[in-house]
Write a protein that binds this ligand. Structure first.
Ligand code: GLN
Length: 458
């Protein structure tokens, strides 16, 4: 059953909100000790909300668009009364004292927040192995990493522990774990969703977005969390078209949809992954899409550009964790990767070096953005692999560059500010492989339409 149908059944009293919640709580109890997707849950509070929603429905009162759906939130997004630690010792004693804008909107639409999910420390990673609360398991590929940094949010949906989750994506942290766990994940256009209440990794790249088991779930949650936020100056003054109705009325053919296929995205990917994505592209072509071969000459520039910007912005964002307000001084308790970024960011930010590294990175970013927009000007979407390689075994000793290599295909969208999503495309010996769909800024709907066509027809 699609999530949109389920939300209708809840509104028609065919499914009670509290039964929906109870089922998930049982699953969480059973599988979370092993999977470690949720760091904290609050069943009592959730049950209270579920009861209120059920009685509103019984009395025939109007309820919100997410009525009775059970939702998990990445633990770097503020939710009142939960420990919002970003999986770091630095914040182990910090409790959310307010709801971020996205969480407030979810509550206003009667979504039920069940808990907060595991992640790489401060969202700096691609495997969820750097959490101070231990790694998350991949429910779809036992023994392997779930991807990251929003590994807990992806795993929670993959293991059926809730209906929907939120993650954050700075360089792929929604799309990467969605790909490895075999679920859907969506990074909206930069500025389409408020970041107010998100603990920054790199604020010129960060976006909050949803994970869901199907496209209707993505659409439902995106409709709620998007829009201008007076509290957050980078949000766009843009009313996105309602996504849920568009997904309910899917394209029945792909005629007139031009799909850009960038050769370099395939050149850097494992053969087994290329084969799967090529298979899906062929099916899209048979369904009427026009495939357009493209070249992107700056792919080699993307990772260095991304990490330079990330180090500098992250360093600046961490200066508030000096031990005075939140308990610990970050440098004293954080893990190796976070420390590396702080040291590198501090070094690059020194006056004499800024021209050498940071300014160059900003110039490269403009070039990348221009070229990606140029490629997109002739097509509706770009389709390729989400992640170029398969997930490794949990606990494998990877060097820094090997870990960063997971991100080469996802950082492009953050650097360019464009929307991008990952949808399951197949599997290699049981390990899920995701397909990435990217579009022009504010063309998020086009991505959902193509994903929805693929969901219904491939
Ligand atoms: N893996 C990338 C990094 O370590 C992306 C992280 C993210 O999107 N939050 O920075």
């Amino acid at each position: 059953m699609k999530l949109l149908e389920k939300s209708q059944l809840i509104k028609n009293q065919e499914i009670k909100a509290r039964d929906n919640l109870e089922t998930f709580c049982q699953t969480i109890k059973k599988v979370n000790p092993e999977i470690n997707a949720f760091l904290e849950i609050n069943k009592e509070q959730a049950l209270k909300r579920a009861r209120v929603i059920d009685s509103k429905i019984e009395r025939g009162e109007k309820v919100g668009r997410l009525a009775g759906l059970v939702i998990g939130i990445k633990s770097n997004i503020n939710v009142e009364d939960f420990h919002i630690t970003a999986a770091s010792r630095t914040l182990e004693n910090y409790r959310g004292s307010y709801d971020s804008t996205v969480v407030r909107k979810i509550k206003e639409e009667d979504g039920i927040i069940i808990g907060v999910t595991n992640m790489d420390e401060f969202a700096a990673g691609s495997s969820t192995e750097t959490s101070c609360f231990g790694p998350t398991q991949n429910p779809s590929a036992p023994g392997l990493i779930p991807g990251g940094s929003s590994g807990g949010s992806a795993a929670a949906v993959a293991a059926g522990m809730c209906d929907l989750t939120l993650g954050s994506d700075t360089g792929g942290s929604i799309r990467n774990p969605a790909s490895h766990c075999g679920v859907m994940g969506f990074k909206p256009t930069y500025g389409a969703v408020s970041r107010q209440g998100l603990l920054d990794l790199a604020m010129s790249l960060d976006q909050i977005g949803p994970f869901a088991p199907d496209v209707s779930g993505l659409a439902l949650l995106l409709d709620v969390i998007g829009g201008l936020d007076p509290k957050e100056c980078t949000t766009l003054d843009w009313q996105a078209p309602p996504y849920a109705p568009a997904v309910q009325d899917p394209l029945d053919q792909l005629k007139a949809v031009r799909v850009g296929v960038v050769k370099e995205f395939f050149d850097v990917s494992d053969e087994s992954i290329v084969k799967i994505i090529e298979g899906r592209l062929q099916e899209l072509e048979e369904s009427g899409a026009e495939l357009v071969e493209l070249n992107f000459d700056y792919l080699d520039l993307c990772l260095p550009t991304y990490y330079l910007i990330n180090y500098v912005e992250f360093f600046s964002a961490t200066r508030k964790y000096d031990g005075r307000k939140y308990g610990h001084r970050i440098e004293e308790v954080c893990g190796e990767e976070v420390l590396r970024r702080i040291h590198m960011g501090s070094y690059i930010s020194q006056k004499e070096y800024s021209g050498k590294y940071y300014k160059k990175a900003l110039q490269a970013r403009s070039l990348i953005r221009k070229e990606i927009n140029n490629l997109l000007s002739g097509v509706d979407v770009l389709i390729g692999p989400t992640v170029p390689k398969l997930p490794h075994k949990l606990g494998t000793d990877l060097d820094t560059m090997e870990m960063y290599a997971y991100d080469v295909l996802t950082v492009v969208a953050n650097l360019a500010g464009i929307p991008a999503a990952s949808t399951p495309a197949g599997s290699v010996k049981g390990v899920p492989v995701g397909m990435q769909v990217q579009a022009k800024p504010q063309d998020d709907l086009k991505i959902l339409q193509v994903m929805s066509f693929a969901e219904n027809n491939l």
